[in-house]
Design a protein around this ligand. Structure first.
Ligand SMILES: [Zn+2]
Length: 489
């Protein structure tokens, strides 16, 4: 599927400078020269008329099927309490909101900040099965009919969380059998925001699912397809190593082993050195939950490494981060820490020294600032500390964790450089990232000869935009390997 040669004329690189001509050939950037200087005989030319051009954007952490499914879930993101959520569900049922396999799913509430605890009885006013997935995906609140439908037995709160819930979420959605058109639309929508690639963290056999989608015409994105521990041996047996292409065009490549070693902030399961407020350090889960002990993590990482598979380890609490750093240090292997939301001060330089990458989600900092102020009170100077990570020399990657935040890197970039959203003031503004750093953390290659011809053309230079304009960056075109995946020109 190699695209024909193409000449982009009159492009301005981000940050200003004289306009350039960029010639794309064989899927890579073949030539960059001052505007008007490249021969165009026989080559299709697209005049950019001084628009800005940068490397195509990557979303370094998402769950694509859940993002697609999100359109079939009642939006609970704005709810402020039990009665509020019940009212939204009632309205959705009355309006005939689509059920999925007989269940009304909702998504996005964050009851960590609600004035009262949730109860199953509150949702038992509905006869229909109702399952409301927490905004961080780590738990769900359901009524009796919903629990029966999913084969779960929650306590009086109606909440099922962590391992038990994640398993159901994945199994249930594996059966959901979404139409391929839904995937194609979601991929095209991402391309329309300048996205050329995503790192997929669904807990399924991602290499097969994505190779199949590409064969069915979902070709707007590159995909790094990760694998979870329960399928590690399957991909090893097939000889897949990180970077191995799994479709004829090489859009989908084998990614890393994903290991989740703790929970999340909202569910108070992120594994911390200090107890959560109101909890005793010695109480069960007073400091959060370690879901994969170090010995088991070590075994998994060693197994991955000997098979040529990289590692991406989810660690949110500071103790989880310390233990993951210990493990990488002991093994002397490279890797990525996903989230790295709370990090001990002494671990920032260690993170950098070990050459590990921090894969962070700036929109989480905006979604969770109030929860962090409450549950990590006194520690938020090192929470979502993108500035400290960068200052220590840790390479960063930005992602959305869609569906937790929208699949739109401009949102992540805007939050990273401003630490603010909407009408709120900046939260720990000392932790902002310079725009240049946020852009590099959202791409894989520089705009240079020899790089893949993965480009985004924008109507404005990001350096010229304020926070809100940056979030809504007008994208004129996106190219992947020299072919347009989005085009308004
Ligand atoms: Zn995730």
């Amino acid at each position: 599927m190699t695209a024909d040669d193409l000449l982009l004329s009159g492009a301005r690189p981000y940050g200003g400078g004289a306009p350039l001509d960029i010639r794309l050939s064989g899927g890579v950037i073949a030539e960059i020269a001052p505007a008007g200087s490249l021969e165009a005989a026989g080559v299709e030319t697209v005049a950019l008329d001084g628009r800005s051009v940068g490397p195509g954007l990557w979303d370094a952490h998402l769950h694509f099927t859940q993002w697609v499914i999100q359109q079939r879930r009642v939006d609970l993101a704005g709810t402020r309490g039990v009665a509020d959520a019940v009212a939204v569900v009632r309205a959705a049922l009355a309006a005939g909101f689509p059920m999925t396999e007989g269940v009304l799913f909702g998504y996005g509430h964050r009851d960590g900040m609600w004035p009262e605890p949730v109860t199953q009885a509150a949702l038992d006013v509905f006869a229909e099965p109702v399952v409301l997935i927490n905004g961080d995906l780590h738990s769900a609140w359901m009524n009796t009919a919903g629990a029966v439908r999913l084969g779960l037995r929650p306590d009086a709160s109606g909440v099922v969380s962590e391992g038990e819930w994640i398993g159901v979420l994945q199994r249930f959605h594996a059966r959901a059998n979404l139409p391929i058109a839904d995937y194609r639309r979601a991929a095209d929508d991402a391309a329309a925001r300048g996205v050329v690639g995503v790192v997929e963290y669904e807990n399924v056999l991602n290499v097969d699912e994505w190779a199949d989608r590409v064969a069915q015409g979902v070709t707007s994105l590159r995909v790094d397809a990760s694998v979870w521990p329960d399928r590690l041996e399957t991909v090893i047996a097939r000889g897949l190593r990180t970077g191995t292409p799994v479709d004829p065009d090489g859009l989908v490549t084998m990614g890393s082993l994903k290991v989740v070693v703790d929970g999340s902030l909202n569910t108070r399961t992120a594994y911390c050195w200090d107890p959560y407020p109101g909890l005793d350090a010695h109480a069960a889960h007073g400091c959060g939950v370690s879901s994969v002990p170090v010995e088991q993590l070590r075994e998994l990482l060693v197994r991955a490494r000997e098979a040529g598979i990289g590692a991406a380890v989810h660690a949110i609490g500071d103790r989880a981060n310390s233990e993951v750093l210990d493990t990488f240090e002991e093994l002397g292997m490279p890797g990525v820490i996903e989230h790295a939301q709370l990090v001990r001060v002494e671990d920032f330089p260690r993170f950098a020294r070990l050459g590990l990458i921090a894969s962070v989600q700036p929109e989480h900092a905006m979604d969770d600032r109030d929860v962090a102020d409450r549950y990590w009170a006194g520690r938020t100077d090192r929470a979502f500390a993108f500035g400290s990570l960068h200052a220590a020399g840790v390479p960063l990657r930005l992602g959305s964790d869609a569906p937790v935040a929208p699949l739109d890197p401009w949102h992540a970039i805007a939050s990273a450089v401003s630490r603010s959203r909407g009408d709120r003031d900046a939260w720990h503004p000392e932790q902002v990232l310079p725009l240049e750093v946020a852009l590099v953390a959202s791409t894989r290659h520089p705009l240079a000869v020899g790089s893949p011809a993965d480009l985004v053309v924008t109507d404005a230079d990001p350096h010229a935009l304020g926070r809100d304009a940056l979030r809504g960056m007008p994208v004129a075109a996106t190219l992947l390997a020299g072919r347009f995946t989005h085009r308004t020109l």
